[in-house]
Design a binder for this molecule. Sequence first.
Ligand SMILES: Nc1nc2c(ncn2[C@@H]2O[C@H](COP(=O)(O)OP(=O)(O)OP(=O)(O)O)[C@@H](O)[C@H]2O)c(=O)[nH]1
Length: 519
Amino acid sequence: MNLGVTEPPPEPGSRKPAAVANLAIAFVLLVCALFIIVDLVQLGVARREQLSDSTVALTNVARAVQRHADDTIKSADVSLIGMVKLVENEGYTPSGREQLASLMGQSATALGQVHAYFAFDEYGRSVIDSTPLYAQLDVSGREYFQFHRDHATRDAYVGPLIKSNTTNTWVITVSRRVNHEDGSFAGVVLAALDLEYFRKFYDTFDVGKKGVIFLGTNAGTTLVRRPLYEKYVGRSMADLPMYRDHIAQNAAGLMTMKSVVDGEVRLTAYEHLQYYPLFIFVALSHDEVLAGWVSDTIMHACGIGILVLTLAFIGWRLVRQIKLRAQTEISLRETRDSLNELNATLQRLALEDGLTGLANRRHFDLALQEELSRATRNASSLALILIDVDRFKQYNDLYGHAAGDECLRQIGRAVKAVPRRSGDLAARYGGEELAVLLPGTDVATALQIAEELRGKIAALNIPHAGNPIGNVTVSAGIDALTPVRAGDMPETLIRQADLALYQAKNQGRNRVCAATEPA
Ligand SMILES: Nc1nc2c(ncn2[C@@H]2O[C@H](COP(=O)(O)OP(=O)(O)OP(=O)(O)O)[C@@H](O)[C@H]2O)c(=O)[nH]1
């Protein structure tokens, strides 16, 4: 008997919920990790590109600054060459002086970088200059004058830096030697270049707040520095590692160094001037170069963070759903199991006799009907043994109803042990009456089994003072339909077995009688 609770079939290809949850967690982690890795790679590439672009721009600015310095000095120097020629040809005659003054005036007007031109005689006294401010100068003690006096070279001499007391401006000098006809020293012509001119040019470049544009001599002396011009003018950087290890060693180059002055890390391009003993460098702050990249990185990190958090949230919800589903499945399974158990108990209770543990009357009736149909189909025989406890009323009267129950229980166990085949069924037919249904059994075999049963019950030796033998006995009636034919009724078999039982009682009890003679 079944109460309708069936086990749900497993879904094809279904995995265990814990494994599915682990798979979901692994998938979400993998996707998050992939997002982060791809973004990190992209950021790395963008950083390299940013640095590379800035390096190209930096090199271009350095080249422009170097060209500008070279051209600025050269154009002043070219005018000095003309002046040297004029003085050497004309000397300081009134006509020569006039021509020189005119040349100086024209050149000073034409070249914005020239603060003033000067001509000095062999004793260092100023002979003529482009501005009346510097009249009566004596430069015999100056470095450039002594250099030209002591060296026969006709090359230009650059430096030093001079701060004019009258105009309060910094100038850099470019000078050339003037010779007498015999080649002896005849004096110096000099152009004073205004450092402001360089500063203004350097201000046209955007090198950020921490960027630097620098012009210095090959001896390491600072001429112009943007920004903080005044503070650095004339300072020596000869001992700084960037000068000592790089600029002093190479004609041009690139480097990334931490400044010993302000601790800033800078990307620096340097280049020496082509014609004069000077160098320039342009430096960009590493932080400023990467500032755009950093803000991009922050935006990316926020985007990826939101994406990863969203994914993690969805993953968490998914895993939670899977776990909830697993829990629901477990409780469903538990409910199903307890229903199955209940069903089995109900089934047992519905078909089992509570006192003896044998099949009950309902079970017996169903089994009889079923076995009769089967025997009819197979044209096989079906035997029935009806058993009745002798003088049981008296037993109850003598020993009490509870003892009667216990007696029935012992007889039930003995009866239960007798049938051997799977289709055999021992049942409590009613009251103190028991029945054994034996499919595929003829009268002769049923007689043997009944006799065996009767003997076993007698051998239990349950005392029964009301029975002449002194202990509990049973009588049994047998019949068999051999073979069972269509139209044979269960009532027929029962009635016949009952008649045989009646006969056994009448013949003195404690015996087995068959309704038909064994074949
Ligand atoms: N203790 C107990 N007694 C039962 C049970 N079912 C039936 N009985 C008793 O069994 C007795 C049957 O008595 P009867 O049908 O008169 O027959 P008997 O005394 O066995 O005499 P015979 O069958 O002629 O040998 C009755 O007294 C019933 O009360 C039961 O479940 N427990």
